[in-house]
Structures are given as C-alpha cells and as structure tokens.
Design a protein around this ligand. Structure first.
Ligand SMILES: Cc1cc2nc3c(=O)[nH]c(=O)nc-3n(C[C@H](O)[C@H](O)[C@H](O)COP(=O)(O)O)c2cc1C
Length: 333
C-alpha cells in the first residue's frame, strides 16, 4: 500500500526533461522568491534548509518558514540534521502538516555551525549514518525522497556514496559539482556527475556555476543529466529559467538598463523598467507574506536586482535602507 502511494506521488517522473530547479538557499529562497522563480518557469522549487532538531523541539517557527503556496508545486522541503530519530519525527510532521511534494536531505552544506552538529556535507563522510538517515526519512513518508550532495567529502566521493545507498528508494539527487573543501568556488567537476548515472537510476540534477542560458545548455550537453539546479544564478535574475528554456543561440551580453539590444528580447528581462517591475512585484509578495520584517530581509534581493544597472551603487545605498513598499517605490523611481 505504502509502495503504491509512493508511486502515485512521485512527481519527478512526470516532469518534462530537462528539469530546471531552484536549488535550496537558506535566507534567500523563501516563498515569495520561489513564487517569482516559478512565474519565470522554474520546474521544481526547493525550500530553505530546515533543522530536523528544531522540528522536534520547537517546530512552530520552522514549520512557518517551510510554508508554501500551492502555486509553488512541485515544492520540495529540505531537511538538515544528524540524528535519524529527529529526521523520522520531522519527516512525519511535515508530511502530515505541510504536505509538500517531496522531501530532500541536505548532504552538502559547508557552513561551520552546521558541520559542528555533524550535519550537512560532513555527513557524506559517514556512510553508515547517511544511510540510516535516508532510510528513516523514506520509511516515514509517502512522499518521494531526494538528496542533495557534494562530489566529495573526506574519503567519500559521490560514486561511493550513491553505491552505498543503491538499495534505497531515492527518487532524485542534486549534485553540487564541488567538494566540501572547495566550498562555493572553484571548478565544477562535471565528469563525476556524468559518471553518477552508472550508480543511480533516479533523477540526477547537476548543480554549480550555472549563471546564464549558455552555461545551462553547455552543462546539459556535457553531462546529459536530467536537469539542473540553479542557486546563485537566480539572484537578481529570477527570469534565468525563462531565458534557459527559450534559449536558441549565443547572445550578446545583456545590456541591463540600457537600450534593449538582446536578440531574444521576447523572453529576456533586459530593461531597467522591466527589472524594477519584477523587484516591486517581489516586494509586494514579501510584504503580504512577511510584513515589514520581510521588507528589511529582502533588501539583499533588491540590491541583487540593481546589480549591473547604471548608478547601481547609488541605488543600492537607497535600497539597503528601505523599510516599506513606499521607500522601495521611491528608490526605484
Ligand atoms: C545563500 C545561499 C544559501 C544556500 N542554502 C542552501 C541550503 O539551504 N541547502 C542546500 O542544500 N544548499 C544551499 N546552498 C547551496 C546551493 O543550493 C548550491 O548548491 C550552491 O550555491 C552551488 O550552486 P550555484 O553555483 O548555482 O550557486 C546555498 C547557497 C547559497 C549561495
């Protein structure tokens, strides 16, 4: 019965290939930003990572952080932690209370505070515990379970990691093509992501370094993955999903804010006016969902929207001080 439910709920199978996912980003990819990315064609949206321990001891705030709107479906809630029992509890809770479309486990976070808890990327180096955690999530939900990893942590590379969990019903893996030691910079190892296909039969999403439609197409050509996860490439540029999907040929550099010289202007967001309209739409959503605190929180998004525009520095000086929609409108004028 559980097996049948799992089959029924596996949204990954139904998605058109290639899949373009908004990768998880703590402090950035909240419901408002996810909705904006969805409006530009993101196929799957990952939540910010949520602590399973917090979901055990003081769940309210974390559950609130994981909330989503139905327009965000398919929506994947990402969990991090190191205790299989906490994972089991958190999985049951969010399956019942939030009903996302999938649950993802974080094996990629390099943040020191997370590493100290034995969670995130360092887990990859402990094959036994990693397996126990994945199993505890799978056993406690009827939702498809996915994992997000790095290419290597300590002595364990992604191939060994996937081989170790071959017998588990993992539906998808997003592989950040860098080792833990690399953090967020340096070359992305696409060859090992390609090899991962021999070790994992589910959906493989490649992640790392995709900042343009050209990057995405190049990457897909090289690795023949099922899709791509994009994180920083969406910052101040959530329309990247649309650009990728409609991409036909190499483009001249985007002339943000200036005359619209982009050959693919139909689907690109090229002008300052268009960018400001999106920033304002995003801000309105944030205000609706999070109130004034949300506006302060989204100042970083506003600065990312301003990147590359004429007088960006001056504009950013205004944007880092905004308190409400009125301030934003004034700054963008
Ligand atoms: C601000 C920020 C927050 C992130 N938060 C998460 C997270 O919560 N969970 C996770 O698995 N990865 C997280 N990541 C990693 C990204 O999902 C992604 O793997 C990494 O940035 C590489 O992809 P990119 O080159 O497209 O940015 C975060 C990255 C950034 C920049």
């Amino acid at each position: 019965m559980v097996y049948l439910l799992k089959m029924k709920n596996n949204f990954w199978k139904k998605l058109e290939r290639p899949i373009y996912a908004l990768a998880p980003m703590a402090g950035v990819a909240d419901s408002a930003f996810r909705q904006i990315c969805k409006s530009f064609g993101a196929d799957v949206l990952y939540s910010e990572m949520a602590s399973v321990t917090a979901l055990v001891y003081a769940p309210e705030k974390t559950l609130e952080m994981l909330e989503f709107s139905k327009v965000e479906r398919p929506y994947v809630a990402q969990l991090f932690g190191s205790d299989p029992k906490h994972f089991a509890h958190a999985t049951k809770l969010i399956t019942k209370k939030l009903k996302p479309d999938g649950i993802d486990i974080n094996f990629g976070c390099p943040v020191k505070k997370v590493q100290k808890q034995g969670a995130g990327a360092v887990l990859m180096n402990d094959l036994k515990l990693s397996k126990k955690i994945i199993k505890s999530v799978i056993d406690n939900t009827n939702l498809p379970v996915s994992i997000k990893t790095r290419t290597k942590v300590g002595k364990v590379n992604i191939l060994k990691f996937l081989d170790n969990v071959r017998d588990l019903d993992i539906k998808a893996v997003m592989i950040h093509g860098r080792t833990l030691n690399q953090g967020f910079t340096g070359e992305v190892d696409f060859r090992i992501i390609k090899k991962a296909k021999d070790y994992f039969k589910g959906v493989i999403l490649a992640n790392g370094g995709v900042n343009s439609a050209e990057d995405a197409k190049e990457l897909l050509k090289k690795i023949e993955a099922d899709g791509i996860g994009i994180a920083r490439g969406t910052l101040g540029k959530p329309w990247i999903f649309n650009e990728i999907k409609e991409y036909k040929s190499p483009q001249p550099p985007l002339n943000k804010g200036g005359a619209n010289k982009c050959r693919n202007a139909k689907f690109c967001v090229c002008t300052k006016k268009e960018i400001f309209e999106i920033a304002l739409k995003h801000a309105k959503l944030v205000e609706k969902l999070k109130g004034a605190a949300g506006i302060r929180e989204m100042r970083k998004h506003l600065c990312w929207y301003a990147q590359g525009l004429p007088n960006a520095r001056k504009l950013r000086q205004e944007l880092v001080k905004v308190e409400n929609l009125k301030d934003i409108r004034k700054a963008l004028k």
